[in-house]
Ligand binder design. Structure first.
Ligand code: AMP
Length: 585
């Protein structure tokens, strides 16, 4: 049997090792269940060497004998001090590589001598040479150095035939790179690359830290002189950031953080995703500018791109996908774990060099989108069954995601939660999986937040929970077999069949509404009812003239609704909608 070659992602913050076994890639665990080795090296109290998590843990307390982010110095003549000794960047990287080699050997039960190691596309010859030397110091022959975006593309496109242009957006802990990659019958080439090697998820943490420090200072407690308090705040900030990728709010609680005048100071604060997103908006803008610079560098435009792939842990921040999709008009792919896809691609390249057959990476993803409905806009008008996706298709499972919704009326006592599967912006065109009521809400004014959570496991069991944020009142349902309900393609067939049944009705509706917008009678009726309800609530805010006009329009609409004369609805609905628009803006 050919000698194994391992694939290594030697990262600034984290490193991983992977290998092809029986045609499939395994990213090897460093500790049970954890394949990520923090790229930290340190000396313990007794002088022994620490690599990974233990070194990271002592960083705040003993920075003088702990080294992080050595990758930033590769290729330079710098030396770094650890304890009493100076080391070259190659030597420190070699310590990390040796640990990864040992992890692979323990997993495989055999000695390993060769590796493929990834480097950023922008690495110079000197930086690549230093990486090779680090490998050799660690006892590894570097079979090939490959670019990180190339590896990421390989993890998605192993065995790809034909050609494709792919944008790889890589936002890690401390670096950001975007590359345009061309794939031609399995040959992957970086066409252009741009980025900022001082921007990453750590900067997002720093924004939250600033916010927390300001909050404490407002209370008259300043944590900045205390290294220990700042370390706790920094950890809490990262945990909050990660939580906000899946939920609309999070609570930050650090007890006994400081002492002020002999009394303990606790940190307790709620952070909303919207506020957090505003804090990091400038960074996201910068990354989008870099995307366009890279495209320009490759002499391509957005329309030449076939796909966008996400790499790096920080890309789990949902606003990144939203902004990229809005800016590029393409679906963003993140099925292969963004922390592991570079190591996965390195292992695929290693497997190919070793002459092994490598099959495509298999990941468990949901092939369907799941969501609920809410009053929002559809075709420019308020519509109570606007679809709000919560778990998007191609998301790796298991997954738990939640979003916030608001009650519409003062003292609203109940909300109905509908659960759908599908993609249509009109929830009524999707498949209803279930529904439930949450009753006995507190007597709160309108806009009482209700958090709706969807949790989907590997067995296709979906748990949907609605919680009144202010009281914790909760209700949930469980729906089985949501992943097997419809086979691929069956959904389309079913929808086409159902649409055909309603073809006549849709034709009528299309001709009876303005410019044939495709709004059905049923949609127009619910839109009109919702508009009337809203107008009635806003009557008190309107000027005398507007009020009179609104009352007339409300009556016209109600008449048309009760007589079923839908042809007469479009005009007053549009007029009333205009008035409400100006009233609210
Ligand atoms: P990497 O260097 O690719 O391992 O990425 C590490 C960065 O990703 C760190 O800043 C992490 O805090 C961040 N990260 C990891 N998971 C998430 C998440 N679910 N949401 C947002 N950021 C994350």
């Amino acid at each position: 049997m050919a000698e194994k070659i391992i694939g290594i992602d030697l990262g600034t913050t984290n490193s991983e090792v992977a290998v092809v076994e029986n045609g499939r890639v395994t990213v090897i665990d460093v500790t049970p269940g954890h394949p990520i080795l923090p790229s930290f090296v340190g000396l313990a109290d007794d002088g022994s060497i620490l690599v990974g998590e233990p070194a990271k843990n002592q960083y705040v307390l003993y920075p003088e004998r702990t080294i992080k982010s050595i990758k930033r110095r590769m290729g330079s003549a710098d030396q770094v001090e650890m304890g009493d000794t100076a080391y070259t960047p190659q030597e420190i990287s070699a310590i990390i590589l040796r640990r990864l080699k040992a992890i692979a050997e323990a997993h495989l039960g055999e000695a390993v001598h060769k590796a493929v190691i990834t480097v950023p596309a922008y690495f110079s010859d000197a930086q690549r040479q230093a990486t090779r030397e680090a490998g050799e110091i660690a006892g590894l022959e570097v079979a090939r150095i490959i670019n990180e975006p190339t590896a990421a593309a390989l993890s998605y496109e192993a065995n790809h035939q034909g050609h494709k242009k792919v944008l790889v957006y890589d936002l890690g802990g401390g670096t950001f790179d975007v590359s345009v990659v061309g794939i031609e019958d399995n040959v992957v080439e970086v066409l252009a690359s741009h980025g900022n090697n001082q921007l990453g998820g750590d900067d997002f943490d720093a924004k939250i830290v600033e916010h927390l420090v300001a909050h404490l200072q407002q209370q008259g407690a300043d944590p900045t002189p205390s290294r220990k308090a700042m370390a706790r705040i920094t950890r809490a900030a990262e945990i909050a950031k990660i939580a906000l990728s899946d939920q609309p709010y999070c609570r930050i609680e650090e007890e006994y953080l400081l002492e002020k005048d002999g009394t303990p100071v606790n940190l307790t604060l709620e952070l909303a995703r919207d506020d957090y997103e505003a804090m990091i908006a400038g960074y996201i803008d910068e990354t989008l500018e870099a995307v366009h610079i890279a495209l320009k560098g490759a002499h391509l435009t957005v329309s030449d791109l076939d796909e966008v792939l996400l790499v790096g842990g920080a890309t789990r921040t949902p606003i990144i996908t939203q902004r990229l999709e809005a800016d590029l008009g393409l679906t963003v792919r993140a099925e292969v774990n963004p922390d592991l896809c570079v190591a996965t691609g390195a292992a695929i390249q290693a497997g190919m060099l070793a002459g092994e057959a490598v099959s495509a990476v298999l990941v468990d993803i949901t092939p369907y989108t799941f969501g609920t409905s809410a009053l929002s806009e559809l075709n420019g008008m308020p519509y109570p069954f606007t679809y709000v996706p919560i778990i998007h298709k191609n998301t790796p499972i298991p997954v738990t995601k939640s979003e916030v919704f608001y009650t519409m009326r003062d003292h609203q006592e109940a909300v109905k939660v509908d659960v759908y599967q599908g993609e249509d912006p009109d929830a009524l065109n999707n498949i209803t999986l279930g529904e439930f009521m949450v009753e006995n809400l507190s007597r709160a004014p309108a806009n009482n937040p209700i958090i709706i959570q969807f949790a989907l496991d590997l067995n296709g069991i979906m748990q949907v929970t609605a919680r009144e944020k202010n009281t914790g009142l909760e209700k949930s349902i469980r729906i089985d077999n949501v992943l097997t309900r419809f086979q691929e393609g069956a959904l389309e067939t079913a929808r086409a069949r159902v649409n055909a049944l309603f073809a006549d009705e849709m034709m009528n509706a299309a001709t009876s509404t303005e410019a044939g917008s495709g709004v059905t009678d049923q949609q127009l009726r619910v839109q009109a009812q919702a508009l009337v309800e809203k107008a009635e609530r806003l009557l008190d805010n309107a000027s005398e003239d507007d009020r009179e006009e609104m009352i007339n329009l409300i009556e016209t609409i109600k008449d048309a609704l009760s007589s079923g004369n839908y042809d007469a609805l479009a005009e007053p609905v549009a007029e009333l909608s205009d008035i409400l628009f100006y009233l609210e803006s």
